[in-house]
Design a protein around this ligand. Structure first.
Ligand code: SF4
Length: 219
């Protein structure tokens, strides 16, 4: 039998153990202290997986509430009503959320600023190939199955950001399930862009030792 839908009573407070979300493909649990911090990352990950980013809030409430119940804190949880979304709402919500995220994202602002100042935005072919070959052999590189319109559209936006550049491992790259990056684009960005788009310094510990991104974030 499916688990009931839960909500945490107050999303302005930090629940015992923090706010939680379970990655739908890997089962990995993520947690952050504030709801807002976790929400942004979950929305981006759902977009990269080709899923509806509007589900982020209810998924975070569900995972956090289940953890609270496990801790014996049912007093902080209530049963929620499911509000079905139509296919049209899904499509327009997902597209609007992605556009908003992309235009407001640190990487968009940083790339635009560098271009305006005439500075180099991308690493060279050899460095991008090196990074891409590490990702290609990494178990966290996930090729999304059954690409739908949203995934294709998202990938298109990301690939546009690197102006069609390709590495030797281009066809073997998908999405990083740890940092949720579109890897075919991310391997081209310079270190300061990678560092700026990762706001949480503690995040690096979730990346495996051979990861090129981990090395940038722990310099
Ligand atoms: S963990 Fe690092 S090496 Fe692995 S896929 Fe993600 S970015 Fe690439």
């Amino acid at each position: 039998m499916a688990s009931p839908l839960y909500r945490v009573l107050k999303d302005s407070e930090v629940p015992p153990g923090g706010w939680r979300w379970r990655h739908p493909k890997s089962g990995r649990m993520f947690s952050r202290e504030t709801f807002a911090d976790l929400l942004e990352g979950v929305q981006r990950t759902l977009l990269n997986l080709g899923e509806d980013p509007a589900l982020a809030s209810s998924q975070i409430h569900q995972a956090t509430a289940e953890s609270l119940i496990h801790q014996g804190r049912e007093d902080l949880v209530q049963v929620a009503k499911e509000v079905p979304r139509s296919a049209g709402q899904y499509a327009s919500g997902a597209k609007a959320a992605f556009l908003k995220w992309w235009r407001e994202s640190p990487v968009y602002g940083l790339i635009s600023g560098k271009v305006d100042r005439g500075e180099e935005v991308f690493v060279g072919q050899a460095e991008a190939d090196r990074r891409a070959s590490i990702c290609a052999g990494c178990p966290h590189n996930v090729i999304p199955a059954g690409k739908g319109w949203l995934q294709n559209w998202t990938d298109g936006q990301m690939l546009k950001s690197v102006e069609g550049r390709k590495t030797a491992s281009h066809e073997r790259l998908g999405v990083c399930e740890v940092c949720s990056c579109e890897l075919r684009a991310a391997v081209w960005w310079q270190a300061d862009i990678i560092a700026t788009t990762t706001r949480d310094a503690k995040f690096a510990r979730h990346l495996p030792a051979p990861c090129w991104k981990r090395k940038i974030l722990t310099l």
